[in-house]
Every structure is written in structure tokens, then in C-alpha cells.
Ligand binder design. Structure first.
Ligand code: NAD
Length: 370
């Protein structure tokens, strides 16, 4: 834990005296706030859904956070209650199931609920969480479609609670550098972006990810959102049009959801992004070509191990625990009543693109993103 803290502090120190201090001012001011927090106020987080991501990434990251801690769990699997309670020292009074979840409203230990469930359940639990008076972090993709995202945003506004999406890469130094280089036009105007994300699906053929009613779609929903995000945060623009096509080599496995999709996004500046998502290819690249040079990451979207560079040389930033930085940021935002840099609106922007990609696959035409 210590060495990670030190790495994070030295990153902040290096970057604030060197590259990008001015360019990334809002981001850096947050990181500095985190690094110099003297007050020991920690907000309680309850994880809802104790599957692979909650157990493999979020709970371990919550052992490294400074401004929040794992205070409670919400699970539909009774056998997980004892295991988690023992491993993470969670008292019985902070353990809920999907049925009695609304009683969490009375629990002062829980400030934030973090939804790590199949996509079809994101809307319901965001709305129930906000109604229970809790701030909400919801995993990506935010919901089944952009219309549901709007309902989630509205519910949180009505309850006066903050809503954030689990976009961990906004806190990851290599991706932050891609944002800076693109948005500040360090190599001139960005002209093209290649953004591709995928893996070869070898999991359970009956998993929720392969059922459209639960996932909303296949690799585009699961992996493609990162590639869409990448293009959006490198340009700092919202795309206007998309044209998409798809390929299916394993129709028996991906009968209900997309396997591989290719799309072209058109941005207001004239920049174009060629994107790809797949459950049948190991991809993880983000590359931008600008007027006077290029910059790239590969792997770009992984939990760690980011690498890349520019036409002038390799990047050399520290590797941090992305989820710890992300959750600490949200806790800071709640504590200081500051807008998160990854609010519900950010998730909805990606879902508008996803909706338009699916429309383009249906129509076979270029579609406006609305
Ligand atoms: P998972 O299948 O490992 O876990 C899902 C959890 O939901 C399980 O605990 C399961 O018991 C529970 N669940 C409740 N109702 C269910 C139902 N009807 N069907 C299936 N499971 C049900 O999935 P995961 O990989 O942990 O993904 C959960 C969410 O986290 C998804 O939105 C996913 O996109 C997101 N995620 C984000 C990242 C990231 O890097 N930000 C990484 C992985 C997953």
C-alpha cells in the first residue's frame, strides 16, 4: 500500500513540475488534493454484486483507498455473505440482499453504493440507491441504452445524490497523457484515431454477457465503450455520425449478441476514429495521428501495464491502482461537493454512440448520433 501511495505522490510531483501541469489542471488539482488529504474522513462504500470485478479488483482496491473503505455488501448469493464478511471484516448489519436493499437508507455506515451487476440491473439499482439517499457509482456500460441513462441521471438529481460511472482510465496516467496530447493539440490537430478493444471469449456460454436481455449487446457494450471513450477523450469532442458493420465467425456462441463490430466515428473538427470491438480478437490499442506526429498506447485499457509513446519517445509514467484512484476521487468529490469528472452524463454520451452503432448495423447506413 505504501509503495503505491509513494508512486502516486511522485507522479503528481513529477507531472506538476513538468509536462502537462497546466493542461491537466482540473485533474491534477484533484490528485494533489488526494495526496495531501490530512483529514482522515473515510466514506463507506457498499458493493452491489460480488462477481469477478467486485471480488477481483474493487474489493482489493478498497484496501488501498484513503478516502473510502469497503463498509458493506449487497448480494443475492447467501454463501458469499460469510466469506466476504470474514475476509473484509464486514459486520452483519451492513450486509443486504436484493430484496431488503432499500433498508440501506437507514444505515449511516454506507455513503456510496457501487453497482457491479449485469447491465440490465444498473438502472434499477441506481434509482433504488439514490432513493435510499446514497451516492452512486455505476459500472460501465452505464445502462442498456441512452434513454435509461437519462432516467438514472434524473433520479440521482431528484434525490440530490451524485452519480459516477466506473471509468477508471480517467485516473490512469498513460490515458491522462493521451487526453492531454490530443485535447491540447501538442502534435497539432488530431486527424485519425484507431481504437480497438477485445478479447477471445472463452467463458461460460450461458453467462449473462451473452444474453442480450441482461447485457444489452456483446463486445460493443462490454469492450467497445472503452474504444469509444478513447476516441472521445483524445479529441475532447463529441462525434456527430457513425457508420458500422459487423462480423460473426461463431454464430452458435454469439447467437444473441454481437461478436466483432467495426465502426467509423466522424467528429466536428473533421477527425475520424476507426473503432473495433470483439469477443474473438485480443485487441487493446489506442492510437492518434495528428498533423505533426502520433501518440499511442498498447495495452491501452487494461487494469495495469499500460505502455506507449509518441513520435518523440516512449512514455514513462508510474502504474497505479486505477480503481483506488477512481474511488478516492469520487469520495473526494462527495466530501467536497465537487462534480466528478466521470458523471452519469459521461456514461450517457458513450451510450448514445453505442445506440447509433446498433442503428447503423440495422439500417446499413451512416447514422446521426443523437
Ligand atoms: P460477473 O458475472 O463476474 O458478476 C456479476 C454479479 O452479478 C455476480 O455476483 C452475480 O451473482 C450477480 N448477479 C445478480 N443477478 C444476476 C443475474 N440475473 N445474472 C447473472 N449474474 C447476476 O460480472 P463482472 O465481470 O463482475 O461485471 C459486472 C459489471 O462490472 C458489468 O457491468 C461489467 O461491465 C462491469 N465491469 C467493469 C470492469 C471495468 O474495468 N470497469 C471490468 C469488469 C466488469
Amino acid at each position: 500500500m505504501k509503495s503505491n501511495d509513494n508512486t502516486r505522490r511522485s507522479f503528481i510531483k513529477n507531472i506538476s513540475v513538468g509536462v502537462g501541469a497546466a493542461a491537466l489542471a482540473p485533474n491534477l488539482s484533484f490528485l494533489e488534493a488526494c495526496a495531501s488529504t490530512v483529514e482522515n474522513k473515510k466514506l463507506g462504500i457498499a458493493l452491489i454484486g460480488l462477481g469477478g470485478y467486485a471480488g477481483g479488483q474493487l474489493a482489493p482496491a478498497l484496501q488501498k483507498t484513503k478516502n473510502c473503505y469497503l463498509a458493506g455488501i449487497v448480494t443475492g448469493t447467501p454463501s458469499k455473505e460469510a466469506t466476504w464478511s470474514q475476509q473484509y471484516n464486514i459486520p452483519q448489519k451492513n450486509i443486504y440482499n436484493y430484496g431488503n436493499f432499500d433498508e440501506i437508507a437507514k444505515n449511516k455506515d454506507i455513503d456510496i453504493v457501487y453497482i457491479v451487476l449485469p447491465v440490465s440491473m444498473h438502472k434499477e439499482f441506481t434509482i433504488r440507491g439514490a432513493k435510499a439517499g446514497k451516492h452512486v457509482i455505476c459500472e460501465k456500460p452505464m445502462a442498456l441504452n441512452a434513454a435509461d441513462c437519462q432516467l438514472m441521471i434524473d433520479a440521482c438529481k431528484k434525490a440530490d445524490r451524485m452519480l459516477s460511472i466506473g471509468y477508471r482510465l480517467h485516473f490512469e496516467p498513460y490515458n491522462m497523457e493521451m487526453m492531454r496530447l490530443g485535447q491540447k493539440q501538442v502534435f497539432g490537430k488530431v486527424q485519425t484515431i484507431e481504437a480497438e478493444n477485445g478479447f477471445v471469449y472463452g467463458g461460460d456460454p450461458n453467462a449473462w454477457r451473452l444474453k442480450k436481455a441482461l447485457s444489452g449487446g456483446g463486445a460493443l457494450m462490454d469492450m467497445g465503450v472503452y474504444a469509444i471513450q478513447g476516441a472521445r477523450y483524445v479529441t475532447g469532442e463529441e462525434p456527430l455520425y457513425v457508420t458500422a458493420r459487423q462480423e460473426k465467425t461463431k454464430p452458435e456462441l454469439f447467437k444473441d449478441v454481437d461478436e466483432t463490430i467495426f465502426w467509423k466515428l466522424e467528429f466536428p473538427s473533421g477527425a475520424v476514429s476507426n473503432g473495433k470491438s470483439s469477443y474473438n480478437n485480443n485487441w487493446g490499442r489506442l492510437e492518434a495521428k495528428a498533423q505533426n506526429g502520433k501518440f499511442w498506447l498498447e495495452p491501452a485499457y487494461a487494469y495495469g501495464g499500460q505502455a506507449g509513446g509518441t513520435s518523440k519517445g516512449e512514455f514513462n509514467f508510474p502504474h497505479i491502482v486505477q480503481q483506488a484512484a477512481q474511488m478516492d476521487d469520487f469520495a473526494q468529490c462527495v466530501l467536497n461537493k465537487k462534480q466528478t469528472r466521470v458523471p452519469g452524463e459521461e456514461g450517457m454520451k458513450d451510450m448514445k454512440v453505442v445506440d447509433a452503432i446498433y442503428r447503423s448495423l440495422q439500417s446499413g447506413k451512416r447514422e446521426k448520433i443523437v
